[in-house]
Design a protein around this ligand. Structure first.
Ligand code: S3P
Length: 402
């Protein structure tokens, strides 16, 4: 797909619903006895992988304007999680609580991603984990130090803890998105967070109703366009805005971007963005979990600031849907930008613009959308080879883009 530079960008819009919350509403609904209702769910390839997996596990899912999940009685089986890390990792936590064996598979990208970060704590709880095969049953609570600030690790252990005897305590790097904690609490789970320590007791979940807000990671692409296209403006309605998801927006504001975040309901905001002059910025390792999926886009924006921006502690990008550290550097170089990988640090030497004329050959959904924005804000047209893979998280991205 050829993408020409964009001359004008002014838009009042919405973005697709949040992927993380939709996955969780489905999985938690499958655990609860009775009917959970999901309003404004995201129907994308990743969330449909979750629908497929929980159906195989024994839940009854109805798709329509709103989705319903009838759960409560799950059994071990074999699951194909497609490209979705959240599906595989969270369902491994569920599988640990089932008395039978569950086997997992996924596409080439997913099968190359580390799962020992999940199976290690699950084994400590008493699950039998052999590669992609998990036999669960009698679990016991653990006191565990989360080594990486990953919501997927945290969520997998929390899900196993729901069926473990005793009180599980999670310490360490628990500072990642907190949808699991918030949503499970709403379903009656005994879970509490204090000073970054999470305590979970064995719980039965009650069905509930979830309303899913717009995905801030999807809204980020329109935000970058409004910010970088001269005279650009975007007003994005109804975006999920919990603290742990807003790091990208906070960083841009810090760098001089004119962005307004008006919270209209609890954790849902309308976001206004205007074309702005961006100053170079620094992202520290502690801020990474709050903008983890937006780092390639943030690196692209840094090309438009004059001077050096640094994103530190970005090592986790190596194990996303692709090695996003390497892919981001390749993309930015192909667009004429200056970028250097220095261990887990990304250094971008911004020149205030991008020459363009580049290409992104890969099939990682977030890289494709970052590349599309990159071509649109450059001086020369560019190419993305696999536009279809945006269906993983942002169905209709290119229709909206056009
Ligand atoms: C997600 C957590 C993040 C993120 C992923 C979705 C989630 O992964 O990159 O796209 O829904 O929990 P990590 O928690 O492994 O960093």
């Amino acid at each position: 797909m050829k993408i020409r530079p964009l001359k004008r960008f002014k838009r009042i819009m919405t973005v697709p619903p949040d992927k993380s919350i939709t996955h969780r509403a489905l999985i938690f609904g499958a655990l609860a006895k009775g009917k959970t209702v999901i309003k404004n769910p995201l129907a994308s390839l990743d969330t449909l992988s979750t629908v497929d997996c929980i159906t195989k596990l024994g839940a009854e899912v109805k798709l329509g304007n709103e989705w319903t999940v009838k759960g409560g009685k799950l059994f071990g089986t074999s699951l194909d999680c497609g490209n979705s890390g959240t599906t595989m990792r969270l369902l491994m936590g569920v599988a640990a609580g089932l008395a039978q064996t569950t086997t997992f598979t996924g596409d080439k990208s997913l099968k190359s991603r580390p799962m020992d970060r999940i199976t290690k704590p699950l084994s400590l709880m008493g699950a039998k984990c052999e590669g992609y095969k998990i036999t669960g049953g009698e679990l016991h609570a653990i006191d565990y130090e989360i080594p990486i600030p990953s919501a997927q690790i945290k969520s997998a252990v929390i899900l196993a803890a729901l069926s473990a005897e005793g009180e599980t305590v999670l310490r360490g790097r628990t500072n990642s998105r907190a949808h699991t904690e918030v949503m499970l609490k709403k379903m009656g789970a005994q879970i509490a967070t204090q000073n970054g320590v999470i305590k979970i007791k064995k719980s039965t979940l009650q069905p509930t109703e979830f309303l899913v807000g717009g995905d801030p990671s999807s809204a980020a692409y329109a935000t970058a366009l409004a910010l970088l296209v001269p005279d650009g403006y975007a007003y994005i309605r109804g975006v999920e805005c919990s603290y742990e998801r807003m790091g990208f927006y906070r960083k841009l504001i810090e760098a001089g971007a004119e962005i307004s975040i008006d919270e209209t309901e609890d954790n849902v905001a309308n976001i206004g963005v205007r074309y702005s002059k961006i100053l170079p910025f620094t992202v520290s390792e502690t801020e990474i979990p709050y903008l983890i999926d937006e780092i390639p886009l943030l690196a692209l924006v840094a090309c438009f600031a004059r001077g050096e921006s640094v994103i530190a502690g970005a090592g986790e990008l190596k194990v996303k849907e692709s090695n996003r550290l390497v892919e981001t550097a390749k993309l930015i170089k192909s667009l004429g930008g200056e970028i250097l990988l220095d261990g887990d640090k990304i250094r971008i030497l911004g020149k205030g613009n991008l020459q363009g004329g580049g290409a992104y050959e890969g099939n990682d959904h977030r890289m494709v959308m970052t590349a599309a924005v990159g071509c649109a804000v450059s001086q020369k047209e560019g190419i993305v080879a696999h536009p279809e893979c945006v269906e993983i998280s942002f169905p209709g991205f290119f229709e909206l883009f056009e």
